[in-house]
Design a protein around this ligand. Structure first.
Ligand code: NAD
Length: 453
């Protein structure tokens, strides 16, 4: 399969289009590899992962170029993603030795204890928007607990994941411990989802694919984690620091060309500061430099695919008669998939901009009178991944924390997910959590041992 640079729409590489049989064979080799890796011990696994993180850090510029070329994001964002993935590796390397069971004393039968043991072969199916970070979120906790892993990369962005796998191998990961499967979702991805030898499958991607995968997985054999889309609200209250909130909205929406699961996707602004806020937001949005992510000074790259570009056009067409394009609203000339950073005021409650996930650089803005109204609109969504509230008032912040249905909520910022914090959604945004210490448990089972007196 060809790998295409979305800034030029030119071919930059080629990868194997895995058939079902090839996936089947790969899982077989990982089953064999499990015997050695599961017995390797936390200290060995930890050393390998620390070493891999060090290589990632020392080769960050080279890796960032690969990521930018296949995904489109500006080099500085790509570099940060590589460093973020290295930080996840370091986090899991540092907690490898914390896995422990329990002791359950009981005089009449001696005592019992439990051992936490790895599951076997685990599967990871990942999207193209943050391939390095999401690979780390899934692969690191699975490997560190002694599982082997089959990673299905997104068809658009396999190269960074292949490089990272190579780095883990150079750091000492034994053969048949981690395998990358490239190719189409409908064949290679489906083969991973249907393989009953896979003990845990972690999927990140769209709601439709997640639901399809849930139908393919045998729940009696395979644990399933689904990390799906989001339509995060950002609520800016009347007492917010306007400049800080403007900067947060710009980075929260236009980072990664708007293709981030927990990006700001709906902005609710208090009436009392709406005019000042919108005028400053327009200025900052128009200051963004859109271009090839590999070029110096680019602040926003292209959409990853031509279909993403068409999606943005169709979203903007969906605005109601009262809706107004403040800035942007069209594609840019050129061979790449470039769309102008776009702000839409009052798109209308029926607009798809408010009811669906907008995975690109278009931000709908709606004014509100009081916090109650803002929280009502924030919750009026099928998604529940992230949210943010911008205020100096602790009572308002607490109210939002308690009432907004989301897996994560930021106060006076939007987007930042350090390796220690659990991340995942509620409602249509999926089930389960990744990241943080708790993620280890997904990849472990508990064996009870009873010792007779
Ligand atoms: P997608 O659902 O199209 O694809 C995701 C992965 O699934 C890819 O590897 C793809 O090849 C594979 N796939 C596709 N069809 C399949 C099938 N029938 N069987 C098995 N596998 C199949 O998603 P995408 O367009 O790559 O990613 C964007 C979506 O991911 C957005 O909705 C975004 O919000 C979501 N996302 C969520 C999180 C999170 O943590 N919640 C993080 C990043 C992205």
């Amino acid at each position: 399969m060809d790998v295409i640079n979305p800034a030029t729409n030119k071919k930059i590489g080629e990868v194997q289009d895995f058939t079902e049989e090839m996936v089947h064979e790969t899982v077989g080799t990982l089953e064999k590899g499990f015997a050695e890796w599961s017995r390797s011990g936390a200290a060995v696994r930890s050393r390998i992962m620390f070493r891999a993180a060090e290589i990632m850090r020392s080769e960050k510029d080279r890796l960032a170029s690969v990521l930018t070329a296949e995904q489109g994001k500006p080099l500085h964002e790509a570099r940060n993603e590589i460093l973020g993935a290295a930080a996840v590796m370091e986090f899991y390397a540092s907690v490898a030795g914390t896995v422990s069971g329990r002791t359950l004393p009981k005089a009449d039968y001696g005592y019992a204890f439990t051992r936490k043991t790895p599951l076997g072969v685990c599967g990871a199916i990942i999207p193209w928007n943050m391939p390095a970070l999401i690979m780390a979120w899934k692969v690191c906790p699975a490997l560190i607990t002694g599982n082997t892993v089959v990673l299905k990369t997104a068809s658009a962005t396999p190269l960074t994941n292949i490089e990272m796998t190579d780095i883990l191998c150079r750091a000492g990961l034994p053969k048949d411990t981690l395998a990358v499967v490239t190719g189409k979702g409908s064949t290679a991805g489906a083969a991973v989802a249907k393989d009953e030898r896979i003990r845990h499958l972690s999927f990140t991607g769209s709601v439709d694919t997640g639901n399809e995968i849930a139908r393919m997985v045998n729940p009696g054999r395979t644990r399933l984690t689904l990390e799906l889309g989001g339509s995060d609200p950002m609520i800016v209250c009347g007492d917010a620091d306007v400049d800080r909130a403007v900067a947060g909205a710009v980075s929260g929406r236009f980072f990664n060309c708007g293709q981030t699961c927990a990006a700001v996707k709906r902005l609710f602004i208090a009436d009392s500061i709406a005019d000042e806020f919108i005028s400053k937001l327009k200025k900052s949005t128009e200051a963004l430099r859109v271009g090839d992510g590999a070029a110096e000074g680019t602040s926003m790259g292209p959409l990853n695919s031509a279909s993403g570009l068409r999606d943005m056009e169709s979203f903007v067409e969906s605005i109601g008669s009262d809706g107004c394009v403040i800035t942007g609203g069209s594609r840019l000339k050129g061979p790449g998939n470039f769309y102008r950073p776009t702000l839409i005021l009052d798109p209308g409650s029926e607009s798809r901009l408010l009811t669906e996930e907008v995975f690109g650089p278009v931000l709908p803005i709606v004014r509100f009178g009081d916090l109650d109204e803002a929280i009502g609109m924030a919750n009026d969504s099928g998604f529940g991944l992230g949210a943010s509230i911008w205020t100096k008032n602790l009572d308002d912040a607490r109210e939002a924390v308690e009432r907004i249905d989301s897996g994560i909520i930021w106060i006076n910022r939007h987007l930042r997910i350090p390796p220690e914090v659990p991340f995942g959604g509620v409602k249509g945004s999926g089930t389960g959590r990744e990241n943080g210490l708790d993620s280890l448990e997904q990849y472990l089972t508990e064996k009870t041992v009873i010792l007779s007196p």
